[in-house]
Design a protein. Structure first.
Length: 262
C-alpha cells in the first residue's frame, strides 16, 4: 500500500515541478510550456481471475512540450524577429558547429557583424550560411570613403537588407527556417533551444513565407505560450493531490503502528 501511495506523491511532486517551471518562464521569449504525462500501473496475482487486475499506482511516462505559438510582442528593435506560423530559427554553435533550433528571435550582431542568438549561436540563412552585415562599406565612387550601416530591414520573406545612407544598400542574405516531421521528438537543451533527434527526424529547411513556413515579423518577438492563470489552476490541483497522498501516508503509518503495538 505504501508503494502505491508513494507513487502518487512522486507524480504530484513531478507535476508541481513542471508547472513551477512553466510559471517561472512566463516572461521568457519563445518559451514553450511543458506538460507531464503519467500512466497507471496494474498487476495481477495468481489467485485472481483472468479478467481481474489490481491497481498498483502511477508512474511518470515523460514530458511533452507544447509548441503552440505564443503571442507576438512588439519591440520596434530591428534585430528582434518573430515567426507567424510554422518554422524555427536555425543556429550553429561557432565552436563545434552543433545545430540548434529556437523560436526566440531576439538577435544581435557580434564583433564580426554576424547575426547571433542570445546564446551566441550563429543565425543561418536558407542556404546554411551565417547572416553577416558589414559595419561599414566603401562608397564605390573611387574616393576611398566608407559609410557606416545606419539601418537594417528584414521583410516577411526573411530577406536582410543593410542600408548605408540613402543611396547605398547591401543584401546580406535570407534567413532560413526549419521544421520537422515530428516536432515532439526534438530534444530540449535549455535556454529555449532544441536539437534534432532520431524521433524528430532531420530538419526540413526552407525560406520564410514560402510553402508551409511562416512569415518573419521584424520588430517583434514571440512571447511565452504559458498562461499563468491556467497554470495556477493546475498547480492548485497538483497541490491538493500531493496533500491527499500525504494524508494517506500518515493514515497507513498509523495502521501499521497499531499492528506493531499489539
Amino acid at each position: 500500500m505504501l508503494s502505491i501511495i508513494s507513487s502518487g506523491l512522486l507524480a504530484a511532486n513531478k507535476e508541481i515541478s513542471t508547472i513551477s517551471n512553466n510559471i517561472s518562464n512566463a516572461n521568457s521569449t519563445g518559451f514553450k510550456r511543458s506538460t507531464t504525462d503519467f500512466q497507471d500501473i496494474y498487476a495481477k496475482t495468481s489467485d485472481q481471475t483472468d479478467n481481474a487486475v489490481t491497481g498498483m499506482g502511477t508512474r511518470n511516462s515523460g514530458m511533452r512540450v507544447n509548441y503552440s505559438q505564443g503571442s507576438l510582442k512588439t519591440t520596434s528593435l530591428s534585430l528582434d524577429l518573430g515567426i507567424s506560423g510554422y518554422g524555427m530559427f536555425m543556429g550553429a554553435d561557432p565552436t563545434d558547429g552543433g545545430m540548434y533550433y529556437t523560436r526566440d528571435g531576439s538577435f544581435s550582431l557580434n564583433e564580426d557583424g554576424q547575426m547571433i542568438t542570445n546564446t551566441g549561436k550563429l543565425l543561418l540563412s536558407s542556404t546554411g550560411q551565417p547572416i553577416t552585415i558589414p559595419f561599414r562599406v566603401q562608397t564605390g565612387d573611387n574616393t576611398g570613403q566608407y559609410k557606416e550601416v545606419d539601418a537594417i530591414s528584414i521583410n516577411e520573406k526573411g530577406e536582410v537588407t543593410a542600408n548605408y545612407g540613402t543611396n547605398l544598400s547591401l543584401q546580406a542574405g535570407q534567413i532560413g527556417l526549419a521544421r520537422f516531421r515530428n516536432i515532439n521528438g526534438l530534444t530540449q537543451r535549455g535556454l529555449n533551444e532544441f536539437q534534432a533527434s532520431n524521433l524528430s527526424g532531420p530538419p526540413i529547411v526552407g525560406a520564410p513565407n514560402d510553402g508551409f513556413f511562416g512569415r518573419v515579423i521584424q520588430g517583434s518577438i514571440e512571447a511565452s505560450n504559458t498562461s499563468v492563470s491556467d497554470e495556477m489552476v493546475m498547480m492548485m490541483r497538483a497541490q491538493q493531490a500531493y496533500g491527499a497522498s500525504s494524508r494517506m501516508v500518515q493514515a497507513e503509518a498509523d495502521i501499521i503502528s497499531r499492528f506493531i503495538d499489539r
